[in-house]
Ligand binder design. Structure first.
Ligand SMILES: [Zn+2]
Length: 439
């Protein structure tokens, strides 16, 4: 067979390989730029943070960024190699034949059971292959920088629980998707869309109350003085919360955060205990005001809507690819099948969607700026908000000197110097302080 005869198949493989290589180059080019930038900056503190962060802390965060960057490079290399092996070694068509032919204890499979077992085997193999990296990340890198608080036993227990949750929540989802693909006719992608969206909404509803407590302990905020101040602030913002909780994040990690979760009646605000240990009441208050900002400015609703829209577009693209026999042949499959389609998209889709990351990151950063401005307006303590952000950065060893291209491409939050400057800008519009209670 000559190349011209195989044009559609070879063309698909060729275009895919070019995009795959381009993604790898862009990814590692940005990583290299960033690490070189950090190495050059060393222990230097950006002017905007002078006096707020000690040079020793800056040096430590540079070491942390470099260690994670090198590790990320190796993990990326492994991930890319694994994807290429799975796509081009013929192992997927082989698995397809084995499962549909039966053998050993397994009866011959077809239809939805064949698709489900194929995808589960593939998914399990990929996560097993990634396990050493997860172990190294937690017990070598996080450990070395004093973040890890977990024992090997706790880590294994976490993985097993995660697996059980994935099985209970993931299998019905997978089965439902495959069933709609198989039986809903031409418009299956709209049915799958409705099903997946309803499923996601249900998850947003049940995760805070049923799933998250399997992994962490959530307790109502115990500090009554702080609780009262937080509730007064929330009320002033017209924000009805179903609860302020602290989460025992410290059992796993020294990293610090606060987040907002749930919908309607399960809506709640969660503060990491690692954060409460380090922040003053004023600082915690301004962080909460930022989180309320995300809600009041409809960031959460908009992000949800964006996710739903993305799902719809992806399913439509999937429905177009489904009816393209050359795609299956290009990767060695005997014929079209839903599991081959889903596996190919899962393994190769990143080469196409990777270029959307800077857009998503930019959108997210815009929301962070808006929520900061809202927090300044609501809590009227720009100084406390700024020092809280510095504290977070310090505690998490965030990179103080990211390369501007790297942060533009990936950062979901603005880099600290720009963020502090924007808060100063928002504080200019504040009316003069009234009364003695606010400072
Ligand atoms: Zn935020």
């Amino acid at each position: 067979m000559n190349w011209a005869m195989n044009w559609p198949m070879n063309g698909i493989v060729g275009i895919f390989l070019v995009l795959f290589a381009a993604k790898w180059l862009v990814e590692n080019g940005l990583l290299w730029l960033n690490l070189a930038h950090v190495r050059r900056a060393g222990a230097s503190v950006p002017p905007a943070l002078a006096g707020r962060i000690e040079p020793e802390a800056a040096a430590k965060s540079a070491r942390y960024t470099l260690a994670r960057g090198r590790f990320g490079f190796l993990r990326g290399l492994f991930g890319a190699a694994l994807a290429l092996v799975l796509l081009f070694s013929g192992v997927m068509p082989w698995l397809d034949r084995v499962l549909s032919g039966g053998g050993g204890p397994l009866p011959p499979l077809d239809g939805i059971p064949l698709s489900a077992v194929f995808l589960i085997v593939l998914g399990a193999a990929s996560s097993l292959a990634g396990l050493p990296f997860a172990l190294y990340g937690t017990f070598v890198i996080e450990e070395r920088f004093g973040f890890n608080r977990q024992t090997a036993r706790g880590w294994i227990a976490d993985r097993l629980k995660g697996l059980a949750v994935a099985a209970v929540l993931g299998l019905p989802l997978l089965w439902g998707v495959l069933a709609f693909m198989a039986h809903a006719g031409r418009w299956w992608w709209l049915w799958v869309f409705a099903f997946v969206t309803a499923y996601q909404l249900a998850l947003v509803w049940i995760v805070p109350t049923w799933i998250a407590p399997l992994f962490n302990k959530f307790s109502p905020l115990a500090d009554l003085e702080l609780k009262e101040r937080l509730e007064t602030l929330a009320k002033r913002a017209g924000f009805r919360t179903r609860g302020l909780y602290t989460m025992d994040a410290s059992r796993r990690t020294g990293h610090s955060n606060a987040y907002f979760t749930g919908l309607g009646r399960t809506k709640r605000i969660v503060l990491f205990d690692t954060m409460l240990d380090r922040l003053t009441h004023d600082q915690t208050l301004s962080v909460l005001a930022h989180e309320i900002g995300h809600y009041r400015l409809r960031h959460i609703a908009r992000r949800l809507a964006l996710g739903v829209g993305t799902t719809l577009v992806m399913l439509y693209v999937l429905s177009l690819l489904e009816r393209w026999p050359a795609l299956y042949a290009a990767f060695g499959f005997a014929g079209p099948s839903h599991h081959a389609l889903l596996a190919l998209v899962a393994l190769g889709g990143g080469a196409f969607t990777f270029y959307l990351s800077p857009l998503a990151a930019w959108y997210s950063r815009r929301h962070e700026y808006e929520a900061d401005a809202y927090a300044v307006e609501l809590a009227r303590m720009p100084g406390a908000l700024k020092s809280a952000l510095v504290e977070f950065s310090d505690q998490n060893l965030s990179n103080l000197n990211p390369h501007p291209w790297y942060s533009a491409y990936y950062y979901s939050h603005p880099a600290l110097p720009q963020r502090l400057a924007a808060i100063d800008g928002a504080a200019v519009h504040l009316p003069p302080v009234q009364g003695a209670g606010e400072s």
